[in-house]
Design a protein around this ligand. Structure first.
Ligand code: FAD
Length: 510
C-alpha cells in the first residue's frame, strides 16, 4: 500500500493530523495497535472546572468526533495493527493484516505516552494494576477493577482516575502515597506531591483542593501546605486523600486481599506501625513518559528532559525533527492533556503538508500560524497539568533545537530517607528479575540498560522494557551514579509472529 503520509498512532494527535491532511487531498493511512481509534482519550471522563464553571470532559465523544472527521475527509484508519518496523524513506512493516508493507512520503509519529512501573512487594498479584489500566477497565470496558480499591499515587493522573472510579460507583477506600523508595523518588515526597496537586486543582470537585490551587500561588502557604495536608481530613468525590500514608506491600494468597500502609512524615521518613487494609484491587500510579520507540528506531535523536516527562525526540514547535520528513505530535513530545495533543496534530499536519508541497487553499503558512496559535490557546486553557514545570521543558526543547547543548540531567543523590527495597522484589515481571540481581549488575559494572539486560535478562521479555525499563534506569542511576541511558530501539518493536516477519511467499518449500 502506498500513501502520501503514514501516521503511527490513532490517538487525538494522530486522528486530528489525519483529518487535516486528508481534507487537503493527501492520501493518509493511520495505524494503531489498539482495537479502536482514540488512544488514551477513550478512558477520559471527568468534570473540569474552568472560570468558575464545571463541564464534563468526555474523551470518548471527542475521539468519536475526531474519527468521524478523519474518515469523512478520506483518511484510512487501520486498528488492531502494530507497526513493528520502519525503514527510512518511509517503509512501514505492520502486523497482523493483509497488507503488511506501507510506503509513505512523510511520516508522523504520534505514539503517545506510557506509564512508568513502580515495583512494590506483591505487585505481581492479580488485582494489582496501573491507574491507566483501571481507567481503561472502568471507562472503556465498563468493568469495575475491584469491589474495594486502593489508589497509590497522589498526582493529577491518579486523581483523574480516582474521580472516574468513584463516579462509576466503584468503592475507593483511599488514595495514599506510593512506597517511598528508589523507584518512586519525588512521587512519594509529600512536599513535591502537594505542589503537583495544586496544578491539578481544576480537576477536583472539592472546595479544599480548589483552595489549595489558589493558595499555591502564595509562597508562604505553599510552604506549609505539605504539613497541613498530612493533618487535614481531605476528601475528593467522598474518597479520603491520605497524604500521611504510603503503600508498602500488597498481600494475598492467589490475588489481592489487603494492602499494608505505613505512616510517612512530610519529608518522606517512615513513622509509626504498619497497618493493613482489606482491598481486592490496588491501582499504582508511577507517572507518564513519552513512548518514543518508533521515533528512536528511525534514528531521531533524543534528549532527556524531566520537565517534559523523560526522554523525548528532538523537535521544534512546528513538530519537525532533524530527520527529513519525520514529524511528531502529541504526548511523544512531552506529557500534556489531550486538547494540546489535538492541536499539535494540526501543526504536524501543516508541517508535513508543507514538506510535500501541499496544503489548504488559504495557504500553508497561514494554516501553520493558526495551528501554532491553537496549541498556545489549548495549553493556556488546560484545567490541569501532569507536569507543573512543563513550560520550562518546552523552552528547554526550543533551546536544544536551536543548537544549544542539552541540559545536563542531574543524577540525584541517593535518598537516605527512602525505604529499603527487599532483595527478592520482582522488578522485571516478564523475566522475573529481582531487585538484588539488578542492584548487583548496576553497581558492579553496567553503566546503561543494555549492560544490565545482557546479564540479568531484565527488559528482554514480551514488553521489551516498556514496563520495567524506567524502574531499571532509576535503580541503575542510584547505584552507578551515572545517567544510565536506555536501550536502543530495535525492530521488531512489538512481539511479532515469525510468519509475519517472513512473508509466506518468500519461503521456499520442499
Ligand atoms: C495511562 C494514561 C492515562 C491518561 N489519562 C489522561 C487523562 O485522564 N486526561 C488527559 O488529559 N490525559 C491523559 N493522558 C495523557 C494522554 O496521553 C493525552 O491526553 C492524549 O491522549 C495524548 O494523545 P496522543 O495522540 O499523543 O497519544 P495517545 O492518546 O496515547 O495515542 C497513541 C496511540 O498510538 C498507538 N501506538 C503506539 N505505538 C504504536 C505502534 N508501534 N503501532 C501501532 N500503534 C501504536 C497506541 O495504541 C495509541 O492508541 C493519559 C495517558 C496515559 C498513558
Amino acid at each position: 500500500m502506498k500513501c502520501d503520509v503514514a501516521i503511527v498512532g490513532a490517538g487525538p494527535a494522530g486522528l486530528n493530523a489525519a483529518a487535516s491532511l486528508a481534507g487537503w487531498g493527501l492520501s493518509v493511512v493511520v495505524l494503531d495497535e489498539y482495537f479502536r481509534p482514540g488512544g488514551r482519550l477513550l478512558g477520559q471522563r471527568y468534570d473540569v472546572r474552568q472560570h468558575g464553571h464545571t463541564k464534563v470532559w468526555d474523551g470518548m465523544a471527542v475521539a468519536a468526533e475526531l474519527e468521524r472527521k478523519a474518515r469523512a475527509a478520506g483518511a484510512v484508519i487501520r486498528c488492531g495493527t502494530s507497526v513493528w518496523d520502519i525503514e527510512p524513506g518511509w517503509k512501514l512493516q505492520v502486523a497482523p493484516g493483509p497488507e503488511q508493507t506501507i510506503e509513505a512520503d512523510a511520516l508522523i509519529v504520534a505514539t503517545g505516552a506510557i506509564e512508568n512501573a513502580l515495583p512494590v512487594p506483591g505487585w505481581t498479584l492479580p488485582g494489582v494494576m496501573t491507574v491507566g489500566a483501571a481507567q481503561t477497565f472502568t471507562t472503556v470496558h465498563k468493568v469495575a477493577p475491584g469491589e474495594r480499591v486502593l489508589v497509590a499515587g497522589l498526582d493529577a493522573l491518579a486523581l483523574a482516575v480516582t474521580g472516574e472510579l468513584a463516579n462509576a460507583g466503584v468503592k475507593v477506600v483511599g488514595v495514599v502515597l506510593p512506597p517511598p523508595n528508589v523507584f518512586s523518588g519525588a512521587l512519594a515526597n509529600r512536599r513535591a506531591v502537594v505542589g503537583s496537586l495544586m496544578s491539578a486543582a481544576g480537576l477536583a470537585p472539592s472546595r479544599l483542593l480548589r483552595w489549595a490551587g489558589w493558595f499555591g500561588r502564595n509562597r508562604l502557604v505553599a510552604a506549609i501546605a505539605p504539613l497541613m495536608a498530612g493533618m487535614l481530613p481531605l476528601r475528593v468525590w467522598g474518597v479520603p486523600l491520605r497524604f500521611g500514608k504510603a503503600l508498602v506491600e500488597v498481600r494475598g494468597e492467589s490475588a489481592v486481599e489487603s494492602a499494608v500502609l505505613r505512616g510517612v512524615d512530610s519529608r518522606g521518613r517512615a513513622r509509626g506501625r504498619p497497618s493493613e487494609v482489606a482491598v481486592d484491587a490496588v491501582c499504582i500510579c508511577g507517572g507518564l513518559s513519552p513512548l518514543t520507540d518508533a521515533a528512536r528506531l528511525v534514528g531521531c535523536p533524543t534528549v532527556e528532559l524531566e520537565t517534559l516527562g523523560g526522554v523525548v525526540p528532538i523537535h521544534n514547535a512546528r513538530m519537525e525533527t532533524p530527520v527529513d520528513r519525520l514529524f511528531l505530535a502529541g504526548n511523544i513530545t512531552g506529557i500534556e492533556g489531550a486538547p494540546v495533543a489535538i492541536a499539535q496534530g494540526r501543526v504536524a499536519a501543516a508541517s508535513a503538508a508543507r514538506a510535500l508541497g501541499a496544503g489548504p487553499p488559504g495557504g500553508i503558512e497561514a494554516e501553520l500560524a493558526a495551528a501554532l496559535q491553537e496549541v498556545v490557546d489549548a495549553r493556556a486553557a488546560l484545567p490541569f497539568h501532569f507536569i507543573s514545570e512543563i513550560a520550562a521543558g518546552r523552552e528547554a526543547m526550543e533551546r536544544v533545537w536551536a543548537g544549544a547543548e542539552a541540559p545536563v540531567v542531574p543524577v540525584p543523590e541517593p535518598d537516605t530517607r527512602a525505604g529499603a527495597v527487599a532483595d527478592d522484589l520482582v522488578v522485571c515481571r516478564c523475566e522475573e528479575v529481582r531487585y538484588q540481581d539488578l542492584a548487583e549488575q548496576a553497581s558492579d559494572w553496567a553503566s546503561a540498560v543494555p549492560g544490565v539486560k545482557k546479564r540479568s535478562r531484565a527488559c528482554m521479555g514480551t514488553c521489551q522494557g516498556r514496563v520495567c525499563e524506567s524502574a531499571v534506569r532509576k535503580l541503575g542511576r542510584d547505584r552507578s551514579r551515572q545517567l544510565f541511558p536506555a536501550q536502543r530501539a530495535r525492530s521488531p518493536l512489538r512481539p511479532t509472529r515469525v510468519g509475519e516477519l517472513v512473508p509466506a511467499d518468500s519461503v521456499e518449500r520442499e
